[in-house]
Design a protein around this ligand. Structure first.
Ligand code: ADP
Ligand code: MG
Length: 398
């Protein structure tokens, strides 16, 4: 019998209506003959009683530094509550179901609190329940270390729980249910003309997710890609067909766009008389050893540009100053990325994009490109205009 993994995000399980629709989807799959494993997120967003942010605020309200181990133990409860409620609802409708924590599901992590990675899954317990014809509802976003510590997987971690279970159980497909009709060419909250993509390659959606499209977590895509488990992104609230993530998808020059706000540009305009090779290494080391990650890195023998998260900009500036590299910091920047597996080797893509932005008076602070992505750093005040412009000019043709 084929196994189907279905994941319902916070947007789906937040309301009684959403939970009802989710349950209809689960029962439909069961009636089609699948063995069903469900993964759930915590119920609702900040303000809702069992939402992750609400649980975090319970500790924040106490004037003592938060212990990461204890915080993980607390926030893992959000998904556990959700799994029990869903299993109980299924049982109330006459379908045998059982709720599992991440640990009970056999999800073993590396033990890094708040950002755990799944090392392996021992799905014996799940398989036993499936054999007994039960629907297994697993609490997403969590696992347990080999030392027995409850560990959460970071924001968006339930997506990874779902695809990792899909791989471990050799599922036919992993269905990720959310509040949009599938993966779109761009976030519909940014661009009203966003269009649904019927299919997209793992590589492209992974890149879009890394560049800010939060419809699925990039790690979840990487895990599925490694074993070629197909993912379907569907809407809990509509009958739309959804988007298939698989390598069979056609490659387009431009598939989609994504954006990331809250960045600061750092410019080191000269190395202060130091040898430029050594200076570059020193700058990168100072930042790395202080856990500041950098992006959009442009280096030359004269100086360098890169971006950091805005909230780390002051710290980066101080550290660099102390290391002998005074720098200029521009806050309020955003990165706009254009992704397409078919852009490799096609001349003129960058020229078309730059020309369009330039003609509209968008200030390009920096650019970068890799095999399937072109990115622009622009002022945050212009990001919405820029993304609408490029989207509507270049993707409406596909
Ligand atoms: P869930 O709670 O189901 O995990 P998320 O809020 O994490 O839901 O993800 C769904 C949201 O992702 C959508 O409401 C949409 O605004 C946003 N999103 C960003 N980029 C895209 C995109 N390219 N396609 C579809 N949705 C996107
Ligand atoms: Mg999500």
């Amino acid at each position: 019998m084929s196994i189907l993994v279905q994941k319902f995000g916070g947007t789906s399980v937040a309301s009684a209506e959403g939970r009802e629709r989710a349950i209809e989807r689960i029962i439909e799959a069961k009636e089609k003959g699948y063995q069903v494993v469900v993964v759930v997120s915590a119920m609702g967003r900040k303000g809702a009683p069992y939402a992750t942010d609400t649980l975090i605020s319970l500790l924040k309200d106490i004037s003592l530094e938060v212990n990461p181990r204890e915080q993980d133990l607390l926030i893992a409860c959000g998904e556990i509550i959700s799994s029990v409620i869903m299993a109980h609802n299924l049982k109330a409708l006459g379908h045998d179901a059982v709720a599992f924590t991440g640990a009970q599901a056999g999800i073993i992590t590396d033990g890094a609190f708040g950002k755990g990675e799944i090392l392996e899954i021992t799905p014996k317990g799940i398989l036993k329940e499936l054999e007994e014809n039960k629907i297994v509802v697993v609490a997403g976003f969590q696992g347990v270390s080999t030392e027995g510590q409850v560990t959460t997987l970071g924001r968006g971690g339930s997506d990874t729980t779902a695809t990792a279970l899909g791989v471990a159980l050799k599922a036919e497909c992993v269905e990720i249910f959310t509040d949009v009709d599938g993966i779109m060419t761009v976030d519909p909250r940014m661009v009203p003309e966003a269009k649904i993509l019927d299919e997209v390659t793992y590589k492209e959606i992974c890149e879009m997710a890394h560049q800010g499209a939060k419809v699925i977590h990039p790690r979840a895509v990487e895990v599925a890609m490694a074993e070629q488990v197909p993912i379907m992104i569907k809407n809990t609230f509509s009958e739309a067909r959804g988007t298939l993530i698989a390598d069979s998808a056609a490659e387009r020059v431009i598939t989609g766009l994504a954006s990331l706000n809250g960045l600061a540009q750092v410019e080191i305009s000269d190395y202060n008389g130091k040898d430029s090779q050594l200076a570059k290494v020193e700058v990168l080391r100072v930042l790395a050893s202080n856990n500041i990650s950098i992006d959009l890195i442009n280096v030359s023998h004269k100086g360098m540009f890169f971006t950091v998260e805005e909230e780390k900009a002051d710290k980066a500036q101080t550290l660099l100053y102390e290391a002998g590299f005074p720098c200029e910091v521009t806050k309020g920047c955003a990165k706009l990325s254009v992704v397409g597996a078919g852009m490799q080797g096609i001349p003129g893509v960058m020229a078309d994009l730059v020309e369009t932005l330039h003609q509209a008076g968008i200030k390009i602070l920096q650019t970068s490109d890799s095999d399937i992505t072109v990115s622009f750093l622009v002022p945050e005040t212009q990001i919405k205009e820029a993304i609408n412009l490029l989207h509507n000019k270049f993707t409406l043709k596909i």
